[in-house]
Ligand binder design. Sequence first.
Ligand code: NDP
Length: 275
Amino acid sequence: MTWFEWQSAPKGDFAVVGDPISHSLSPVMHRAAYAELRLGLEYHAIRVPAGQLGMALEHLAELGYRGVNVTLPLKEEAFLWADRTEGIGQWLGVVNTLNLESKSALNTDAPGFLSTLSECGVAPGSSVMVLGAGGTARGLIPALVEASYKVSAWNRTRIKLDDFVWSLAIDVEVRDEADPSGCDVVVNTTSVAQSGGSLPIDWSRADENCLAYDVSYSKEATQFLKQATEFGLRTQDGLKMLVAQGALSFEWWLGKSAPRTVMIGAIHEYFKSNA
Ligand code: NDP
């Protein structure tokens, strides 16, 4: 995927900023949406290292950019940059969507994820176990609690999870084991797939209707999802969440309904042509 350093970015309308940025699939889905709706807008991937967000955004605004999606490691810096944050981002202190004209911010990761749960038929009140205590889990756990799910969580390094749950004073059961029994959904937010490892989870204890949800996405199913499939469980990968958060950003910026099916189709096409 073509990307630019912020100092040499071309003119454009919207962008995704972060570091590294070459892997981002956001340009694929946003460009597909613009083409579908004949909007004539440009979306670029732009590398912005930590600590340079303010300068970079000033420069991008001068080039005509109206909004950006923000990815690692800038989500907290983006929250601090904004004059006003809407929705759950105010509480989380991290945002992934900025409007450069109004200097306002929104977190669409958490609501995007919640919308995919309801699409999978998992309603508030259901029991959700989150695996992990990194950046993604820290957004999803409070959002799940606020949306009235029964939340439990497990992390390899338990102390990180204990500290996080304690600091927010939220109602989350911290588990010693990644035990899926009694869960309606088990959400993997760990980066275990990147190291080729696997999680200590015994799927034979899961209820037959349990949904195994991995927020990571790739051409092939992750080990986590493959193992759940072997036990006959329903699975969901992170592509739906990626598109859901992108679609919510699109709608916040443009006030139009985003063509989600086209966006997800564009990513599948991209995977096929880059196989
Ligand atoms: P972080 O680096 O912040 O957190 C990593 C987590 O993974 C920690 O809890 C860490 O545990 C755990 N972990 C890492 N290796 C192992 C292992 N071998 N065994 C068990 N646990 C392990 O990552 P992020 O939260 O930023 O991202 C996590 C994943 O979520 C990525 O794959 C990313 O692509 C995906 N993601 C998907 C999105 C989407 O839209 N679909 C959006 C955002 C992220 P410990 O504390 O013990 O180190």
